[in-house]
Structure formats: C-alpha cells, structure tokens
Design a protein around this ligand. Structure first.
Ligand code: ADP
Ligand code: ASP
Ligand code: MG
Length: 426
C-alpha cells in the first residue's frame, strides 16, 4: 500500500462544489489502494480577504493576532473537506498544523518548520481514516503560539509532512497543469515542463514562480521527495520536480534545455537610501538594522559615489509586506548612519530568466537585454547567478517583458496548451 500526500490550493477548494469535487478525487486515490494525507489551503482568496480585513482594523496589526486570524482560513477548508469526504461514506479527520505536529520557530508570519511529529496523523492512517491537515501553519516550540509559514506555504507543509511520513510522492494540486515556461496567465503559449530539476525549480520559485513555494522545493531536495505539480481540474500528467528520474537509474540525465523558463514577481518593493557617506561600515549598519527586523532582502545596488560629495545611494528590494517596518527601522538609524533621506517605490516588478544551461552557453544575457530593449522596457536593477539573470523594471512593464523574453528564447509553443482552470491570480 502506498502513502500519498496531496495538497490542494485555494482555487481548488474555492466553493462548496469544488470541495465536493476534491473530496471525490481524494476518495478515488484511496480506492486505488493508497493511504492519503491531504494538506489544504484556505478557500479561494480567503487569506487575502482576511489580510484586507485586518488592514481595515489596524494598519500594522500585531503579528501574533494576524497569524491567529489567517490560520482560521485553513481551519474552515479542512473541516468542510472532511465533511464532504464523510458524505461519500469514508472517514476523514481534520487537524490544525499544531495538532498535526508541525513545530516551528517563533517568527510570526514567516515561521520555519523545525520539526514534524506526526503521531496523530499516523494514528489516523492506522485507523483507516484520511487525514486532512491545515496548510501553512504550525506551533512555536518556544512560545507555544500559533504561527504561519509565509504566503503560499501550504506547499511546504505538504512536502515536510510527506518527508516526515516517508510518503512515496507529494502531489501539489493547483489551477494549472503543472509548471510552465512562464505564467500561463501572462503567456498563453507557455509550454508545460514535464520534468525539472530541484536546482532549476528552486531558482524559479525564488524568482516568483509561485506555483511552488520556495521552501517546499528546498525540503523536497533535502529529503529527495518526488513532487508532482498538477491540476485538480484535469487528469493530465503535470510536472515532476525530481533530480533523478525513475527511468534514469545511473543518474545520467538527458541533455538539459538551456532555459527552463521566465519568472516574474510583483511582490517586491524597492527602498533607496539616499546620500550614504561612502565609508567602511555604512552598508553593514544599514543591512544589520534590516536583518534585525527579520526582513529578507533580495537585490542590492550601490552606486559609485559622487566625487564632490563622497556620498552614494544604496538601493535594495524586499517584500512589499515588510515595507512599512523597513522604512521605520531605517528612519531610526538615519542620524547614526548619516544618510540624507529614504525613497520607497512599490511599483516595481522583477523578471528573471532561469536555466542550468546558462552556465555553458554564452550570449544568453545579450539576447535577454536585447529582447527587453526591443519591447521598450527600461531596466532599473540587474542581478545574476550562475543559472539566472534578473532585472527590476516598472511593474507596468512586467507582462510585456515576460512575453518578449519568452519569445526571444524560442519558448513559445505552437499550439496553446496552457489552460488556466480557476483562481484569480491574486
Ligand atoms: P494554489 O492556490 O493552488 O497554491 P497558486 O496561485 O499559489 O495556486 O499557484 C498557481 C498559479 O501560479 C497559477 O495559476 C499561475 O498563474 C501561477 N504561475 C506563475 N508562474 C507559473 C509557471 N511558470 N507555471 C505555472 N504556473 C505559474
Ligand atoms: N492560504 C495561504 C496563502 O494564501 C497558504 C497557501 O495557500 O499556501 O498564502
Ligand atoms: Mg500556492
């Protein structure tokens, strides 16, 4: 008997009908002779709606209370899904993250899993029940408070549970047929990627390809857990995130495509620290303060200082959700660091080209920049890794940039195969 962990995203359980459809799918999996653990997200855009509601009550809600609020979304869907399964004559029990043994650190809003103790889940399986677990939440080992793991992190709950339970596979059910060469909402001619290495998937997820949460890919890689991303609205084969395919016993991967895909991200903002004295220790002071506020920064650019003033500007990107905290933190060290002012810009977007083949193929950057130039897109920041090039542009230019780059690298499919089955893309 196999053990399968299935995760259903918000668009797959958006309303009562969808929940019943997903329940049938889960029951069919058990009929195939498998034990099933299900991780479920909040219905539709519930998490966003709850966040908006919090904002109306308080512009900067206490992180503990925000986590209390947001975790309610997954409690609703898990209980409804268990009811729908009961209605089909099968036993299902729902568990909060805490009940399922998802133990985290104590950082609200972006807690990290430090252990999984799935005793109650195993017990449920031993009793012949289907276990339904609320995604994206856990309980802090130290403070015993309820935590959330970050937006989109139900994927991570699923892979972490799959690893802890020694599952055969972790299936991530969403509203598209897998991972495509670009977001099908922007590029209808994007191609489905049948198989992708965890290295490339990590890079795409880090660059905003939100079909998989970044940390779930890290987990899958560490524990060698095969992940199958597919649609809950179709029975098509999706994308396997796997380093050694089953038919490739000696680990010889077939020749890789040069480019995996084009990612984009509109979730970041840019802060510019204007007029920083060009002296040792100033960048350290700025980024230490930001780090102490638990903010993860992405790209950093420092200009050459103007000879006359010996002042320079430092720009960096960060999640928009950390913008308010970052600005107030930096305001607090203004005099100590001696910079002149701060600028905040949340109308930016990031477009990235990812592919392991970039290591060995010259000219990729040239083609990338040329495609952006031809599309009339201005570049504000650039950063590269061995297998990626990213640029920051105006948010309004992102769609055009993604399409131009996708076409320039010959990624467009001849026949449209990218179906978007649901969701609002929010
Ligand atoms: P879920 O609610 O199932 O977790 P998400 O909204 O988090 O779904 O992720 C699925 C969405 O990811 C798709 O609807 C699609 O718009 C978006 N997406 C972005 N880039 C890609 C890509 N390269 N391939 C597939 N989907 C992508
Ligand atoms: N409901 C949470 C979110 O919208 C977690 C998830 O869907 O993965 O971010
Ligand atoms: Mg998601």
């Amino acid at each position: 008997m196999g053990l399968v962990v299935q995760k259903y995203g918000g668009s797959s359980v958006a309303d009562a009908e969808s929940i019943k459809r997903v329940a049938r799918r889960i029951v069919d999996t058990t009929k195939g002779g498998n034990q099933v653990v299900v991780v479920v997200s909040a219905m539709g855009d519930t998490t966003d709606d709850l966040r908006d509601l919090a904002q109306q009550v308080s512009p900067l809600p206490p992180a503990r209370e925000l986590d209390m609020l947001l975790t309610a979304g997954e409690r609703i869907s898990m209980a409804l899904l268990a009811m729908a399964i009961h209605d089909l004559g099968h036993t299902a029990r729902s568990y909060t993250g805490s009940q399922a043994g998802v133990i985290t650190d104590s950082v609200h809003g972006k807690a990290r899993i430090i252990d999984i103790t799935p005793g109650r889940i195993r017990q449920a399986l031993d009793d012949g029940a289907i276990a339904i677990v609320a995604g994206f939440q856990g309980v802090s080992q130290d403070t015993k408070e309820i935590t959330t793991l970050g937006r989109g992190a139900s994927d991570t709950t699923a892979v972490a549970l799959a690893a802890a339970l020694g599952a055969d596979v972790c299936e991530i059910y969403t509203d598209v047929d897998g991972v495509f060469t670009a977001d099908p909402r922007i590029v209808p001619s994007a191609r489905r990627i049948a198989r992708i290495t965890s290295e490339e998937m990590l890079e795409m997820a880090a660059c905003g390809t939100k079909v998989l949460h970044l940390r779930c890919v890290e987990y899958a890689r560490r524990y060698q857990m095969p992940v199958h991303v597919r649609s809950s609205f179709s029975t098509r084969e999706g994308t396997w995130v796997i380093d050694t395919p089953p038919d490739d016993k000696d680990g010889q991967t077939m020749e890789q495509a040069i480019i995996s895909g084009v990612s984009h991200d509109r979730s970041e903002a840019k802060i510019t620290v204007v007029g920083v004295p060009d002296l040792p220790g100033k960048a350290a002071a700025i980024f230490q303060a930001v780090a102490r506020a638990e903010i993860n920064i992405d790209m950093i650019v420092q200009n050459v200082s103007a000879a006359a003033t010996a002042l320079t500007d430092v720009s960096f990107t960060l999640p928009k959700t950390d913008g308010v905290i970052a600005m107030s933190t930096l305001e607090g060290i203004k005099d100590a660091v001696g910079f002149q002012s701060l600028q905040y810009d949340d109308q930016i977007g990031k477009v990235s080209l990812v592919g392991a083949g970039m290591r060995t193929h010259p000219g990729v950057s040239a083609t990338f920049f040329e495609a952006l130039a031809d599309a009339g897109v201005n570049i504000e920041m650039i950063s590269t890794s061995e297998i990626r090039i990213s640029v920051v542009t105006r948010a309004a230019d992102v769609d055009a940039a993604v399409r131009a780059v996708h076409t320039a690298f010959g990624l467009d499919a001849e026949e449209t195969e990218a179906v978007v089955y649901g969701g609002t893309g929010r």
